[in-house]
Design a protein around this ligand. Sequence first.
Ligand code: XMP
Length: 321
Amino acid sequence: QWTVASIVEDQVAAIRAQVGDGRAICGLSGGVDSAVAAALVQRAIGDRLTCVFVDHGLLRAGERTQVERDFVAATGVKLVTVDARERFLKALAGVTDPEEKRKIIGREFIRVFEQAARDLKTEGGVDFLVQGTLYPDVVESGGGSGTANIKSHHNVGGLPDDLAFELVEPLRSLFKDEVRRVGLELGLPETIVHRQPFPGPGLGIRIIGEVTAHNLEILRAADSIVREELTSAGLDRDIWQCPVVLLADVRSVGVQGDGRTYGHPVVLRPVSSEDAMTADWTRLPYDVLERVSTRITNEVPEVNRVVLDVTSKPPGTIEWE
Ligand code: XMP
């Protein structure tokens, strides 16, 4: 008979036994798994853990603050943020192909993380790398079929030999709901513990067209309105996730005041799902859709049309790219 408190106690003891008086680093993505893994390890070894957060500029509004302020406040973790926004924009300039975007983002991410890890290693002899691997990840990577082949996902792996770390994976035996309970037990904020899934390549794969600073700004503004309205309607727990997609390559004619506009559409993609392998489109209440649409077209000047994706998965995937 396990309790959440006993899981925490056992894992803290196991981490202490593994790491001894060594040092560890952990990459934070803003997601639940890396946050809970880091919080557990920090509980076990304190400031012998350093967390690294790469800001690739493809984050949603407020996500960097959530890590830098809220996560640090809740855990007291030692955090290094690497601001790599310019670097990613440069690498993505002119690229529109989805797979190419993913490869570039994955590659740049590894390089930036690798450099940060190398710096820390030479500074203080870090020998351990913390990863938020869950039980289903362990099982899945044994198989190797499924949607992983449809889109190249990225994770921090494949570091070069001279950067060899021993892995610390305190969530290896847990399912997602257990991880969330452990997170709450460790005092992490609800906003982190119940965060909906968000892809590693971030907003980069939600812009159909080129990822530019301007397109990111437009999408970030629209996305933050959608999240605000879904949260205030109390729908966060009913929806698996709701990607907002900017069709930067598409323009349509509109009218605003007495003027003609020629702006971009954004797509709402609310989905209900158990595990993201299959999904249904969520029947959002019309009044919520209305508020979202009115606010986006009023507050984001570049957007003159809001459309709803009513495709299940399959045949559509959840993300558009
Ligand atoms: P798709 O679009 O394949 O998405 O139906 C299934 C789930 O995976 C998320 N997703 C990703 N997560 N890196 C990630 O960490 C990625 O490259 C990536 N691509 C898709 C997506 O948000 C959904 O939850």
